[in-house]
Unconditional design. Structure first.
Length: 195
């Protein structure tokens, strides 16, 4: 499996986070477990955890599944998380990150799979942030196809909820875009909008 370029998705995530207005932090997102504030906390957490996974720096950062809790964001959270996203990309640009075994969220997995999970997190949660905060989002067909392949690998034949990963599949029309098909596969409604 070849290495993926995570930079475009991480750069887009950084722009989205910088564009989140303070008054949107308690708004709903397409990810029902999270409000915007909690989703940002999750993004900041996975940036650190998957950087450690890339570096094979296994320990407390990689051994715990992500927690769902009310998140308290420090005043400089935008700058900190944007910096952590840049460090995440740099860690995965080193070929050794994609080799051997690593750990993330308490799960042991090959480096190449962990790197693909990073792209999945960046793309899908980037869309979540964009929809929740009314910002534009772009995902080309190639990137959507890469993430769809990862989601299918983890979902298998299960069309229902995959606890901790995906909701039940949302059916989309045959004319749907590659991004809309991916979103439906993750259990998201591509037409979701804040109420």
């Amino acid at each position: 499996m070849s290495e993926l370029d995570l930079k475009p998705a991480a750069d887009q995530m950084a722009r989205l986070l910088e564009g989140v207005p303070d008054d949107a932090l308690d708004s709903a997102t397409p990810c029902p477990r999270y409000c915007v504030r909690d989703l940002i906390g999750h993004i900041g957490g996975f940036a650190l955890a998957f950087k450690a996974a890339a570096e094979k720096n296994l320990g407390e950062m990689t051994s715990q599944p992500p927690a769902v809790r009310q998140t308290v964001l420090e005043p400089d959270w935008r700058e900190r998380i944007v910096g952590d996203l840049a460090a995440l990309v740099a860690a995965w640009q080193i070929p050794a990150a994609w080799d051997g075994m690593t750990q993330a969220g308490g799960v042991d997995l090959p480096g190449e799979i962990a790197g693909r999970v990073v792209l999945d997190e960046l793309v899908v949660h980037g869309w979540d942030v964009s929809r929740a905060t009314g910002q534009p989002f772009h995902c080309d067909d190639t990137m959507a196809g890469e993430v769809e392949a990862t989601v299918r690998q983890f979902r298998g034949d299960n069309e229902g909820e995959v606890p901790g990963l995906f909701g039940p599949i949302v059916q989309v029309s045959p004319e749907s875009s590659s991004l809309e098909r991916l979103l439906g596969l993750t259990g998201r409604d591509p037409a979701w909008s804040p109420s």
